[in-house]
Ligand binder design. Structure first.
Ligand code: CAA
Length: 381
């Protein structure tokens, strides 16, 4: 067994960390307040190959492995979790399903642009009435000549406001057909009949875009079908299997940033005639953070490694996301506690890490859904 990173993985980690330290972390507070990331940052990510780290070079990506991509998500999220999820969704939930299930024409049409950030991708599964019960989606896609007409509404779509393309799950079968009769479509954001809802006002990850979509007789060509008709639920689930590893990495990155903030503050802050890092009560909090971040990172790396080996990742990804997200929520709260009154103000980033961590327990499958996935495998159900 080898727990070491390859030279390439290490180089990618170092490069992303430097970029994060210089270009992201110092501006994250402003992006949180302004609710957006300047376009020039997206271009910088593109120049560094960070939109398509694990996309093969022949499709315009950096050609690195999947673990490198996971490392990039952790490092970006250390600086700004909103940027972390923007890249995570673009690559895990839009680019990789096209690479995995798309025709050669679909790959050539979309992947080189998604891998460079020329076009940003998004994933539209959730609906107002279909969250954890993803198989209950009601958006329909009815045959119309050689294409389809989409009708319905999607909700909480990360990247919606900046996306050029959406992976949309819609029902081609009978209403109420559950997971059967769902088809995945690659939908150009310029499609007539597709409109965006307002930006959601969120607790955290404020630099990222989250909106709803409405389809009103939106016509897409037959060539927009991803995979085959009726195969969409399996595609959606398998795509989320990978996506969840990315969210685990995001949670690890947020917790790491919170721990670094708490450690620096504890060394500086003096009370009762000594730095508060001298108190065992503070040391134990920091030690627990370090232990749990390490454990979460190992679960996350293992899930990424299984994916690289082509082995099943459904339960491994669910365990990584479940553990990392709950760990991040708990320890970001502890980081605020270490900073005391200062931690509660916007003068320090601890409160942002605390707000940002919460979503990792919710999106790409709640912690309750991860427990369903893990226990089903355990019980052979
Ligand atoms: N890979 C491939 N196929 C899978 C699969 C997987 N991981 N999981 C299930 N399937 C297949 C099953 O094999 C089954 O196929 P057959 O009918 O051929 O046997 C079919 O899908 C139905 O499976 P289930 O009976 O297990 O489905 P279910 O209705 O019980 O749902 C669930 C299970 C795990 C609860 C699922 O609905 C789920 O994951 N819900 C959460 C949805 C979610 O994560 N939403 C996040 C939205 S995206 C997001 O947050 C985006 C963002 O922008 C950040």
């Amino acid at each position: 067994m080898d727990f070491g990173l390859s030279d390439e993985q290490r180089d990618i980690m170092r490069m992303t960390r430097e970029f994060t330290n210089e270009r992201i972390a110092p501006r994250a507070r402003e992006w949180d307040r302004e609710h957006g990331i300047p376009a020039e940052v997206f271009a910088e990510l593109g120049a560094l190959g960070l939109w398509g780290v694990c996309v093969p070079e022949e499709y315009g990506g950096a050609g690195a492995d999947y673990l490198s991509f996971i490392i990039v998500l952790e490092e970006l999220s250390r600086g700004d979790a909103g940027l972390g999820v923007t890249v995570a969704v673009n690559t895990s939930l839009a680019t990789l399903p096209i690479l995995d299930y798309g025709t050669e024409e679909q790959k050539l049409e979309w992947v080189p642009r998604l891998a460079t950030g020329e076009v940003i991708g998004a994933y539209a599964l959730t609906e107002p009435g279909a969250g954890s019960d993803a198989a209950s989606i009601a958006t329909t896609a009815r045959r119309d000549g050689d294409g389809y007409r989409l009708n319905g509404a999607k909700q909480f779509v990360t990247n919606a406001g900046i996306a050029g393309v959406f992976i949309v799950m819609a029902r081609t079968g009978e209403p109420g057909g559950g997971s059967k009769g769902i088809t995945a479509f690659i939908v150009d954001a310029k499609t007539e009949g597709l409109t965006l809802g307002r930006e959601e006002e969120k607790l955290g990850i404020n630099s990222s875009s989250t909106r709803g979509l409405t389809f009103e007789d939106a016509r897409v060509p037959g060539s927009a079908v991803l995979g085959s008709e009726g195969e969409g639920f399996g595609i959606a689930m398998a795509t989320l299997d990978g996506g969840r590893i990315g969210i685990a990495a995001q949670a690890v990155g947020i917790a790491q940033a919170a721990m670094e903030t708490a450690v620096a503050y504890a060394k500086e802050r003096r009370q009762f005639g000594q730095s508060i890092a001298e108190f065992q009560g503070i040391r134990w909090k920091l030690a627990d953070m370090d232990r749990d971040i390490d454990a979460a990172r190992l679960l996350t790396y293992r899930a990424a490694w299984l994916k690289m080996m082509g082995r099943p990742v459904t339960a491994a990804g669910a365990k990584a996301k479940l553990f990392a997200s709950e760990m991040a929520r708990r320890h970001t709260a502890e980081a605020v506690q270490v900073l005391g009154g200062y931690g509660y103000t916007k003068e320090f980033p601890a409160e942002r890490f605390y707000r940002d961590a919460k979503i990792t327990e919710i999106y790409e499958g709640t912690s309750e859904v991860q427990r369903i996935v893990i226990s089903r495998e355990l019980l052979g159900a």
